[in-house]
Write a protein that binds this ligand. Structure first.
Ligand code: NAD
Length: 466
């Protein structure tokens, strides 16, 4: 958590420091809102709900206008996002584009009224009603698009939303909030920033009817407990430890770039990054070499530098965690075929790392490293690889890579996760459901499922004849 405080004094609200991960230095501040302030925020969100829920046509138009406004503010949003998050500017632009795309997608999605036909002389109709104010709590890896993944379906469904970004990345979300506030009715969407226990208080607030959270498994459990106080609906999109299984007919040269980027995009800080790679023993050395060569030559640097392909890790605690799990793996007998340590100089840079000879029990394999470090493990039989892929508490995504697509798909079907890819990883459509299994999540986001996740059924039942 950011810790430094400044600007406190009579008449001036508390603020906290926001650090540029490319330098490790504070470059701005954000309001350190206190839990007590949430009562007024949620109360205003509740009052705004009555108007917002009334007319779906008005909502569709407003959300389309909102998407245009996000695009118009694209330069400012992208630069600020890179500054506080660290990712290369091109990726920030892509994140802004996905934020606008989500607004457009959900603007045009409406729930379906259905009749129940079961032979009784009645007319039963299922209609859909919004829930009320929704709390959206999001992490620092994709601040804008993950916020949009929550507020776009929630708003389209007729709810109002209070967003709480991570204190590591509050600024781009605040800017997004003001861009949207300028085109949406007052208090339909509010951004609150601050340090804990702000999120805990929001999750347990009695005026919140749906808590939709993206973050780590441990915080997800705390959020579920907090929301139990008001029995609000809970949607949790949690951590992942996705495995990629290479089959023995794979063409290593052909897939090496795709594999590398599926593990290292956004500096590995992607819930659905490849976090463990299983290669047939015969191909293991070739795979390690192909990935190590890419790890050693990829351009690492500040996200604002146009040459950069990999930025810094987002924050100091995360960097310390990555150092810790890597050191532990090396102490457990692993070898770094590339990287293996923090880069010299300022900023939170960690050299892209390929690990080999890693014991499966080492935390970099059994847990979620969430950084630019990839263990490559050899396997002897396919059953052994599938068992290992399924052998953690996580179940977000997974992938299988090979030339025979039918065979690869048959192996992919054996993965215990929400989404399995063949020869891809983390390719997502706005129209598909997004749901982790095991510790990776509760509830379904994405596509129409994400819309219904923000609605409740309302059944009207009447006789057919008077
Ligand atoms: P985190 O759990 O530490 O924090 C997430 C959010 O929760 C932040 O806004 C944080 O301030 C807030 N928070 C912290 N304590 C809280 C509490 N007690 N009550 C309510 N809110 C609280 O996660 P992080 O380090 O910001 O993000 C990394 C994690 O997010 C990784 O585990 C990653 O896999 C996961 N993630 C999952 C998905 C997904 O869709 N499944 C997507 C992106 C990231």
């Amino acid at each position: 958590m950011p810790t430094s405080e400044s600007g406190q004094g009579p008449g001036r609200p508390a603020r906290f420091a926001v650090v540029d991960p490319a330098t490790g230095e504070t470059f701005d501040e954000a309001p350190d809102q206190q839990p007590e302030e949430l009562d007024a925020v949620v109360d205003r969100a509740h009052r705004a709900w009555h108007g917002w829920r009334a007319d779906p046509v008005v909502r569709t138009t407003a959300l389309r206008v909102a998407a245009d406004a996000v695009e118009a503010a694209g330069d400012d949003l992208a630069r600020l996002l890179t500054r506080e998050q660290g990712k290369p500017l091109t990726e920030s632009y892509a994140e802004v584009a996905r934020t606008a795309a989500r607004l457009r997608y959900f603007a045009d999605l409406a729930p379906r009224t259905r009749q129940i036909v079961d032979g009784r002389p009645v007319r039963s109709e299922i209609r859909w009603r919004p829930l009320g104010p929704v709390a959206a709590i999001v992490p620092w890896n994709f601040p804008l698009q993950l916020a949009a993944a929550k507020f776009a379906p929630a708003l389209a469904a007729g709810n109002t939303v209070v967003i709480k970004p991570s204190p590591f990345t509050p600024l781009a979300t605040r800017l997004l909030g003001s861009v949207l506030a300028a085109v949406l009715p007052e208090d339909v969407l509010t951004v609150v920033t601050g340090r804990e226990p702000l999120g805990a208080r929001l999750a347990s607030h009695p005026g919140i009817r749906h808590v939709t959270f993206t973050g780590s498994v441990s915080t997800g459990r705390a959020v579920a407990e907090a929301a139990a106080a008001s029995l609000a609906r809970v949607t949790l999109e949690l951590g992942g430890n996705d495995a990629a299984v290479l089959l023995d007919d794979v063409d290593v040269d052909r897939i090496a770039d795709r594999l590398f980027w599926a593990a290292f995009r956004n500096c590995g800080q992607v819930c659905m990054a490849i976090k463990r790679l299983y290669a047939p023993a015969r191909l293991h050395a070739e795979v390690v070499e192909a990935l190590a060569q890419r790890a050693k030559t990829v351009a690492v640097g500040p996200g604002l530098n146009p040459e950069t392909r990999l930025g810094p890790v987002n924050n100091a605690p995360q960097l310390a965690r990555i150092e810790r799990v890597t050191q532990q793996a090396l102490a457990d007998g692993a070898r770094a075929a590339a990287g293996g340590r923090r880069q010299d100089g300022p900023g939170y840079f960690f050299a892209p790392t390929i690990l080999t000879d890693v014991p499966p029990s080492s935390p970099v394999v059994s847990g979620e490293q969430f950084g630019p470090v990839l263990p490559v493990l050899p396997y002897r039989s396919l059953d052994e690889a599938v068992d290992a892929a399924n052998g953690t508490g996580f179940g977000l995504g997974g992938s299988v890579w090979g030339t025979d697509l039918d065979r690869a798909e048959a192996v992919a079907e054996r993965l215990e996760c929400g989404t399995a890819w063949v020869n891809h990883h983390a390719e997502l459509s706005l129209a598909q459901p997004f749901a982790g299994v095991k510790d990776s999540g509760v509830g379904v986001a994405g596509g129409p499922w994400g819309l219904y996740g923000n609605l409740r059924p309302f059944v009207v039942h009447r006789p057919q004849e008077a």
